[in-house]
Design a protein around this ligand. Structure first.
Ligand SMILES: *Cc1c(COP(=O)(O)O)cnc(C)c1O
Length: 355
């Protein structure tokens, strides 16, 4: 008998994979809502900048051609805004993470990951056959610096997310420097939410040759659907990244939208102010413990209500949030709630009071 083609698929891809938040239209249909408060994926709830939209529309007219593979206009803009060169781009920060892992991890290589955190690091490392060591955080979710150094000293690559998804916890730049002083492997610092915090890590790049800082246009710039990621890398590393990257990973329309968004700092500034205002209101008015954080979401311990029950009960009231039981090491009673529009935030506060 012929063996099933299924047997050719690598074990790590039979089941498992990224855990997505529930879909708003499914919840709306199930409970009969016209509108659902979408607070499960840390998106920007407002439409993108007009400048981003205008540049994206203009770029659409040229999509019969391949994009400029080096995205010179976008990189020049990023480098002038942030004051660091070189920058690399990719299809979302997820695309960047995948490419970085491909350049550094061979089967059996050790990768250290501060956990609980964003799950895509694991998926990318497993795809390369790497071995993962999760380094648990302290009970208050701050980074256990000593334990992390011990693990990262033996690793080719290590990951820290700051502000961390899903805890929101910020690791101070001085602690990142203390880690970089001790390790020889590469540290990938995920800064998906850094714009909502007070932390500034870019100056570290000129002191360390083993630091990569990943960024995204999905959160603060409201362009999640266009999949735009970028990273600040050491000069020696940029050619390695380009050698491993998918050709034309970032498309022309997305790159143009990114240039437009970066030329409209007022848009990001307004959203950041909105997030900071609501983060303070959430910390004050949510009737459960809220983990202190620096992102556009908060982590809430709904104990004694389980996170699954909390998510279901909020969904019945038209509010979609993320259960954190899929994050290993976080337990069964945490939910992550993104900061939405004023109306969505009010709706959530009302709903959580009646859990
Ligand atoms: C959202 C997110 C990303 C990925 O962003 P994309 O650019 O949309 O791929 C990366 N890291 C963390 C921690 C995130 O929360």
């Amino acid at each position: 008998m012929r063996s099933s083609p299924r047997s050719a698929v690598r074990d790590c891809y039979l089941g498992g994979g990224y855990v997505f938040a529930a879909k708003a239209r499914d919840i709306a249909a199930e409970y009969g809502f016209e509108e659902v408060a979408q607070l499960a994926s840390n998106e920007n709830p407002f439409p993108p900048s007009e400048k981003a939209l205008a540049m994206a529309s203009e770029a659409l007219l040229s999509v019969n051609r391949y994009p400029d593979s080096s995205h010179d206009a976008l990189r020049a803009m990023l480098e002038s805004v942030h004051g660091w060169s070189p920058t690399v781009t990719g299809s979302g920060m997820d695309g960047i993470i995948e490419t970085v892992v491909r350049t550094l991890v061979s089967p059996g290589d050790l990768v250290a990951i501060s956990s609980p955190t964003f799950s895509f690091y694991d998926l990318a490392v497993v795809a390369q056959g790497g071995a993962i060591r999760h380094v648990p955080r302290n009970p208050d979710y701050t980074l256990d610096t000593d334990a992390f150094i011990d693990a990262a000293k033996e690793a080719k690559l290590s990951f820290i997310c700051s502000p961390n998804n899903p805890t929101g916890t910020v690791t101070e730049p001085a602690d990142i420097a203390a880690i970089l002083d001790e390790i020889e492997g590469i540290l990938f610092l995920d800064n998906a939410y850094v714009e909502f915090s007070d932390a500034e890590y870019i100056p570290l790049l000129s002191e360390y040759e083993n630091l990569i800082i990943g960024r995204t246009m999905s959160k603060v710039h409201g362009l999640a659907g266009l999949r735009i990621g970028y990273a600040f890398v050491p000069a020696w590393y940029a050619p390695c990244y380009h050698a491993a990257a998918t050709p034309f990973a970032l498309n022309m329309v997305s790159a143009a939208a990114a240039v437009g968004a970066l030329s409209d700092p007022g848009y990001a500034g307004r959203f950041i102010a909105h997030v900071r205002r609501w983060r303070a209101i959430f910390e004050e008015r949510i009737p459960y413990p809220v983990v202190p954080g620096g992102a556009n979401f908060v982590l809430i311990d709904t104990n004694p209500v389980s996170s699954q029950d909390a998510v279901r009960s909020l969904a019945r009231r038209g509010v979609l949030v993320r259960s954190c039981d899929s994050f290993p090491g976080l337990g069964e009673t945490f939910i992550r709630v993104s900061i939405g529009t004023d109306r969505e935030c009010e709706r959530f506060l009302e709903a959580i009071r009646s859990l």
